[in-house]
Design a protein around this ligand. Structure first.
Ligand SMILES: [Zn+2]
Length: 267
């Protein structure tokens, strides 16, 4: 299937002058368009407090409607009505803001993340999962990948064949309770979208150079820091293996988005 790499919201935390992106995959499948994550959407600029909460003062989204998936799909000459499915890595506002622009689409996520978003337990979860993100009654489709099924050594994988072959949801909790990665078969290679399981390529490329402020933010909002660390280790191994038919990307690293757009593997 054809894969487009979109930036569906520029973020400018104070310590990151070059900014962060919200890397969204747009898939052209035989059965319609599919998004992996959704960035921010058309409702967000007018409802900043309700839809993003106080975190917006730290994350500082650009709130440019032209960055929304809806507008970018239109500019590509495609029809937003053809977006039938959206697969979410997790339910934080910078990943779900765009789903309200596609109320007809099915929203796929892990059952654990869906439960957390609908019934936040801790103060931290009550701060990150905002009721406004659910008020358009999205059509949530919950998945529970079996630990016995794996994808390239990652346990807890489920191919979402009801959408299309070659889209795999992989349990990767830690950043949030039911966080997942999404692997996509792009033909000549697979793209693994690791969501927020790491923020910066310096965390997994062995060089160990990542902005300290970004790492502090990651730790502050982690649901389970030990699991986040374990995910870093696993993804570092994957990076080091340099499998020629695999591209590893995440949600917020502009360098990885740039490499993906140029069709190059990280080096
Ligand atoms: Zn995020």
């Amino acid at each position: 299937m054809r894969v487009h790499h979109l930036n569906c919201a520029t973020l400018r935390p104070p310590a990151m002058p070059d900014g962060l992106v919200c890397h969204v995959l747009l898939l052209e499948t035989a059965s319609g368009l599919v998004l992996v994550d959704s960035g921010l959407g058309l409702r967000d600029p007018a409802e900043r407090a309700r839809r993003f909460g106080p975190a917006r003062f730290f994350v500082r989204p650009a709130y440019d409607p032209e960055e929304s998936a809806f507008r970018q799909i239109t500019r590509l000459g495609l029809d937003p009505q053809d977006v039938r499915h959206i697969v979410l890595t997790h339910f934080d506002a910078d990943h779900t803001g765009g789903i309200a622009d596609f109320p007809w689409a099915q929203i796929h996520l892990t059952a654990a993340e869906s439960f957390a978003a609908r019934h936040p337990q801790t103060l931290q979860e009550k701060g990150r999962y905002l009721p406004a993100q659910l008020e358009h009654n999205p059509l949530l489709v919950e998945h529970t990948p079996a630990q016995s099924e794996s994808w390239r050594g990652f346990p807890g994988a489920k191919e979402l064949t009801d959408i299309a072959p070659g889209i795999v949801l992989i349990n990767l909790p830690g950043h949030s309770r039911g966080h997942a990665a999404v692997a996509v078969d792009a033909g000549e290679r697979w793209v693994l979208h690791a969501g927020d399981s790491f923020y910066h390529h310096g965390q997994v490329d062995g060089a160990g150079k990542a902005p300290k402020a970004l790492l502090a933010m990651e730790r502050l909002i982690a649901y389970d820091w030990a699991k986040v660390r374990a995910n870093h280790d696993r993804l570092t191994q994957l990076w080091a293996a340099a499998e020629p038919d695999l591209l590893l990307v995440n949600a917020h690293d502009p360098h990885l988005l740039d490499l993906a757009r140029r069709g190059r593997a990280p080096s």
